[in-house]
Ligand binder design. Structure first.
Ligand SMILES: [Zn+2]
Length: 258
């Protein structure tokens, strides 16, 4: 697997994945369940890194606290497979729904053929996320080959991905004048944790440096390098301490993973 060493400037530009709190802002569709409402979206996009007020830990506020196993209920994937979700993007293993084209409010934003993905390879996205089909296919490939194999039968196996950002029309790191984030093109997804069937959550923020779970999370990060063109985690910078940023941007030197 090739890994590119990029100059610092390019590196800074590559760090596209500040966790977006604005969900599907910019989209003419019902917003994903997220803390930020539509009216805060544009403001957030224009303010430099304002969405992250200082927290006691100095971390972005997107992550939920480490969770104890939740009471058993219907499996996430079973829920995700019900209702409107059917096969999309030409793959049986990708369940979701097609959406109308999303025009971006900022130049360079938007998705011409967006989909809302509920599950890939039997693993639920919680909440479902909007992206384009190449990104949905990369996600499916990673979950089937990387996530399923890495987690194996631990906790009964993988059940769901905790998603904190999918499509979001904004610039990189929310800086005015910066290039549009891959999130603004529907090519990126941020994952804060992995839910097992027994309810345990492998949480990126609390688990990354944990002796028991850290190795597993780092392996999950590594297996995304290849299916995705950019993979950023807690070792990349402070913006990624609570999630994995995965996007399908292609770099000349191959996948950029850190
Ligand atoms: Zn991201």
């Amino acid at each position: 697997m090739r890994r590119a060493i990029l100059p610092a400037v390019l590196l800074a530009q590559a760090l596209a994945g500040v966790p977006a709190l604005s969900g599907a802002s910019g989209a003419p569709f019902p917003a994903l369940p997220s803390p930020a409402s539509a009216q805060t979206g544009l403001l957030a996009e224009l303010l430099p890194e304002a969405p992250f007020p200082p927290s006691p830990t100095g971390l972005p506020a997107a992550a939920e606290p480490a969770t104890a196993p939740h009471p058993s209920g219907p499996r996430l994937a079973a829920v995700a497979a019900s209702g409107r979700a059917g096969p999309i993007c030409g793959k049986r293993r990708i369940r979701g729904e097609r959406l109308a084209p999303i025009p971006g409010r900022l130049q360079g934003c938007g998705i011409s053929a967006p989909v809302r993905v509920f599950s890939v390879s039997g693993v639920a996205l919680s909440p479902p996320a909007i992206m384009d089909c190449p990104t949905a296919r990369a996600l499916e490939r990673w979950v089937r080959r990387g996530v399923r194999r890495t987690i194996g039968s631990l906790g009964g196996g993988i059940d769901g991905l905790r998603v904190i950002a999918g499509y979001s029309c904004r610039t990189r790191n929310n800086l005015p004048g910066a290039r549009i984030s891959e999130h603004g093109r529907g090519r990126a997804i941020d994952i804060a944790g992995f839910t097992l069937r027994n309810g345990e959550v492998l949480d990126v923020l609390t688990g990354w440096n944990d002796r028991r779970r850290g190795r597993l999370l780092k392996r999950l990060h590594r297996t995304a390098c290849g299916p995705f063109g950019t993979v950023l985690g807690p070792d990349a910078d402070r913006y990624h301490r609570n999630h994995l940023h995965l996007d399908t941007a292609r770099h000349r030197g191959g996948s950029y993973c850190r």
